[in-house]
Write a protein that binds this ligand. Structure first.
Ligand code: M6R
Length: 608
């Protein structure tokens, strides 16, 4: 979701456009609906090219690769304030056109700022909040001619969180600000750059400087200085070499990244298991903190929330820890005031940038209320930085917007952690669970091999005809059903609701009529209750598709049965969710949609 990148070289470069294009391509996965490029030459002349649509179209339409200059800013925007139009695309000029800036974030008082700036005679060209940051900077720059002081004053007008990069025509620097949104600084041989996304910097340099919330950085091609955004005090911080390697994403023969990433789950679960087997240090620390906690709140959004539902089941059953899973956006209102230092907040977020989760962490961290543990895929992310302990799911770059392999590694890590804690407390199940963890990659491989075709057939014959459906889950597979429903909604654009199966009779059952489709991922260990819930539907002529390892009762009672490989009860979500992912994928592709970039959706949600 939105990403901004700004780079400074000493002299005009004919390859500046190339740098900006490369940077922008690494921001794409975050989600966007317009793109914009600004360059400034050493003589102060500027160029600004921007518009809505696919990045590659904008690049081609405006010949971005040919743009030259000594400084450049690129921004990919995911619309919140103002429709995706050329005017609302970022970067923006100030009123006179001598200042250019762009942001990633959310200025919540945009409408009152638009009115105020118009009233005061500023040239306001859009409805976009990024333009308001530029005007706020402009207002004070016109008064002070001091970029740092201007930003210090400008931030008092801006309500919300943002990362902002701005440059003046006649200055060989850029100024970048981090307030709530992610920002990274990279030092190259002949440039310095800032970006919302670490991967876009790491392709150019692995020499990184940390910038914290409430700081700004003023930089040219060879020198940078950090400042406190509020007091203006100088901050000294040295660069370090990041060990993070950027994987190059390519389709490797697959039609879509989503399909490739579903298949990659075999290798990624294997790699994560090996990593965990060889590096118990973080698990040790985590298990000590969790075992002492009075209450454990697991906090996450979307797919990570569904993985947490399954993770909570593992922690409750295997590690015997009481955990409560809370939707991140709901946490502060419902539980924020109750948190004390006997609690642990366990944040799960593949991107490590989700604003709803950051909103949970910030007050807890500021007031040192309780330990914060996080589970992320992006190790240099904001959430990782703000946590006391970070668990790495090591799923590699996930390019497709729908989360697949990150989900799988999240539930694997939860399972492993539960067994690890169980082992330390001498719980009998620990050894058994460890012995099945090693079989997960093979289970996923077998599921793909035997169920890909049936899933495609189901998508073709049943799901593609459905405009509305439910996914029900019971016990451990409640999270599988929720995740399946999300995947179908996300890439197939049909209403599909996930629900705990015992809840269905409390109202939604009335929707069932002849042939009404219901997907039911399940485990044979829970067949008693599940069969009862299936029958409530089938006697009313609903059409139940069961997804589970073979069970005679299921075979007799369901209308259709995708049989997954035999496995331990705890492993059923690994196979069931692969099938749900495949069903969603094929439904999307058969309908002519692009599952990698679902409409309206962004991979990294850095707004409230
Ligand atoms: O990066 P996060 O795991 O915190 O993201 C949370 C959700 O936005 C995310 O899981 C979303 O639901 C998935 N991309 C959907 O496939």
């Amino acid at each position: 979701m939105c990403g901004v990148f700004g780079i400074v070289f000493a002299e005009n470069r004919s390859d500046l456009g190339e740098y900006l294009v490369k940077a922008s391509r690494k921001l794409v996965y975050r989600g966007y609906d317009s793109a914009g490029f600004a360059t400034i030459k050493t003589d102060g002349s500027t160029q600004l090219k921007k518009g809505p649509g696919k990045l590659e179209t904008v690049i081609e339409q405006f010949h971005i690769q040919k743009m030259s200059g000594s400084r450049g800013i690129v921004q990919l925007r995911w619309a919140t304030f103002g429709e995706p139009t050329e005017a609302n695309s970022q970067p923006h000029y100030d009123s006179d056109g001598d200042i250019i800036g762009a942001h990633n974030g959310n200025i919540v008082n945009t409408s009152s700022l638009i009115e105020a700036f118009k009233r005061d005679g500023y040239t306001v060209r859009s409805q976009n909040d990024g333009e308001m940051v530029v005007h706020a900077f402009e207002k004070y720059f016109n008064e002070t001619k001091d970029p740092l002081l201007s930003m210090q004053k400008a931030q008092t007008m801006l309500k919300g969180d943002y990362a902002f990069i701005v440059g003046h025509q006649h200055d060989n620097h850029l100024l970048a600000v981090k307030k709530g949104s992610s920002l990274y600084v990279g030092i190259g041989k002949d440039f310095i750059a800032c970006s919302s996304d670490l991967a876009s910097l790491l392709q150019f340099t692995n020499k990184i400087v940390d910038i914290h919330d409430g700081e700004m950085i003023y930089y040219n091609h060879e020198h940078y200085q950090l400042y406190d955004l509020f007091s203006g005090a100088k901050i000294e911080r040295e660069p370090y070499l990041s060990p993070i390697k950027v994987e190059e994403a390519n389709l490797e023969g697959f039609a879509h990244y989503m399909k490739k990433e579903i298949h990659e789950q075999i290798i990624k679960t294997r790699e994560l298991t090996e990593l965990l087997n060889h590096d118990p240090h973080t698990l040790d620390e985590t298990s000590k903190i969790l075992s002492k906690a009075n209450r454990i709140f697991i906090v996450a959004s979307g797919t990570s929330y569904h993985a947490s539902l399954i993770g909570s089941y593992y922690l409750n059953h295997i590690a015997r820890l009481k955990t409560q899973v809370v939707i991140a956006g709901q946490f502060n209102e419902y539980y924020g005031h109750l948190v004390d230092n006997n609690d642990v907040v366990f944040c799960v977020s593949q991107s490590g940038e989700t604003k709803d989760v950051v909103n949970v962490i910030n007050p807890i961290r500021d007031q040192k209320l309780c330990p914060i543990i996080s589970m992320v895929n992006i190790i240099g992310s904001s959430i990782a930085h703000k946590s006391d302990i970070t668990l790495n799911i090591a799923a590699g770059v996930e390019t497709s917007v729908p989360a697949t392999k990150t989900f799988m590694n999240q539930i694997l890590l939860f399972l492993y952690l539960s067994a690890y804690i169980a082992k330390q407390t001498g719980a009998p199940e620990a050894e058994e669970v460890f012995s099945i963890i090693g079989t997960i990659p093979e289970l996923i491989a077998k599921t793909i091999e035997q169920d890909e075709e049936p899933c495609q057939a189901l998508a073709d014959t049943v799901i593609s005809k459905a405009h509305d459906l439910y996914c029900l889950g019971y016990g451990l597979n409640y999270g599988s059903a929720m995740e399946g429903a999300l995947k179908i909604k996300e890439v197939y654009y049909r209403h599909c609701e996930g629900m705990y199966s015992s809840e269905f009779k409390h109202g939604p059952l009335s929707i069932v009529e002849e042939g009404y489709p219901i997907l039911f991922p399940a485990s044979p260990s829970e067949s008693g209750m599940v069969i009862s819930h299936i029958n409530e539907i089938t006697v009313r002529k609903g059409f139940v598709v069961l997804i589970s390892p073979y069970d005679e009762g299921y075979a007799r009672n369901a209308n259709s049965y995708i049989i997954t490989p035999n496995c331990h009860h705890y492993l059923t979500p690994f196979a069931n969710v692969v099938c749900m992912q495949l069903i969603a994928y094929f439904s999307s592709v058969l309908s002519g949609y692009d599952p990698d970039f679902p409409r309206n959706i962004s991979k990294t949600l850095t707004v409230d």
